[in-house]
Design a protein around this ligand. Structure first.
Ligand code: ZN
Length: 343
């Protein structure tokens, strides 16, 4: 095999859909290593704070501080339990039966046309960011879990877009329902699935909110355009990154080889499992798509470096591909009000 053509099977194995399973994805060893790296930086910050005369915060007044490694937020978990006990959650079968819906009627905000600054883009991305996932009783440990990935408001009155694979019931699901959380710490029941497309990995759902800060959907995008992503990679909350659009590509979903392929974007913003469904923004603050997969392409000498008895195969990564669903496929689920066939 040509060294520059990764084995498609091997690459496929590395292609991850990105919601976080409730079991830890990170090893204690890695956590300890990152703490060790952090210590010299902390010392420098302490020194600097001590030298300046007036005490100063590191961040502007409106900037929130996120705890590092915030697995299963306790306040949100308590809020989810309260919703469940009050009977406000919609039965999972009601929601999953609505996966068959393929279109909905929504009035969308018009795309923004003025360039935003970095901090304005962060604020817009964060304000629209709606985490979506299952609050469920686990078949393995008999505990209730809250497993949230990403999503983003697309209308002020409660329509939220995310990935279809984010709303798929987890394998260890006994009972439960879908919930959504905004960045102000509010937790909502998901009251309706408005439309989904499994092939495109898109879903639009509704939460009972009337004051969301939506991102307009926009498809006028070319490689080289700057882009941004606000998400929660591996439970690291509120991580904002920038990059460019690398390319557009077509992908033939597995098990569905007779239908036309879906169009996707590669971008260089950062993300990891847990980021799924989070919006990818252009520099005007429009959503040009959302996070769906991450793929690592292995180096040529991967077979030479391991797989001996008892040893883990070490495969150097040459490049990491971040693949986003196109806003076109979210728009494909939406009919404008007044047309037939929508809801
Ligand atoms: Zn469990």
């Amino acid at each position: 095999m040509n060294a520059r053509e990764p084995n498609p099977v091997a690459a496929d194995v590395r292609r991850l859909h990105l919601p976080i399973p409730h079991s830890a994805l990170r090893t204690p060893h890695l956590v300890r290593a990152s703490l060790r790296r952090l210590l010299p930086i902390v010392s420098v910050v302490v020194l600097l704070l001590g030298l300046g005369a007036p005490p100063a915060f590191a961040q502007s007044p409106a900037v929130p501080l996120y705890p590092a490694d915030a697995r299963e937020d306790k306040a949100l978990k308590a809020a989810a339990a309260k919703l469940r006990e009050s009977g406000a959650l919609v039965p999972d079968t009601t929601l999953t039966n609505q996966f068959a819906r393929t279109s909905c009627n929504l009035s969308l905000p018009a795309p923004r046309k003025s360039r935003l600054t970095g901090r304005e883009l962060w604020a817009a991305a964060r304000a629209a960011h709606i985490r979506v996932g299952w609050h469920f009783l686990c078949t393995k440990c008999n505990n209730w879990h809250l497993d949230l990935a990403g999503g983003y408001a697309i209308t002020k009155d409660g329509a939220v877009a995310t990935c279809q694979h984010v709303v798929k019931r987890p394998g260890n699901f006994k009972e439960g329902s879908l919930v959504a959380a905004d960045e102000d710490g509010r937790l909502f029941p998901v009251i309706e699935i408005l439309a989904t497309d499994r092939r495109a990995d898109t879903c639009i759902l509704r939460i009972p909110a009337k004051d969301l800060k939506p991102l307009p959907l926009h498809t006028d995008v070319t490689p080289g355009d700057r882009c941004f992503c606000f998400s929660d990679p591996l439970d690291e909350r509120g991580y904002f990154s920038d990059g460019i659009v690398n390319r557009f590509l077509t992908r033939q979903p597995r098990r569905d080889t007779n239908a036309p392929p879906v169009t996707r974007l590669n971008v260089t913003t950062d993300w990891a499992p847990g980021s799924s469904g989070s919006a990818v923004l252009d520099e005007f603050g429009n959503a040009i798509g959302h996070v769906t997969t991450i793929t690592t392409l292995p180096g040529a000498d991967d077979k030479a470096t391991g797989n001996e008895k008892g040893k883990r195969l070490v495969e150097p990564t040459l490049i990491t591909l971040h693949e986003a669903v196109s806003a076109k496929d979210v728009l494909a689920l939406i009919q404008k009000p007044g047309k037939n066939g929508g809801r």
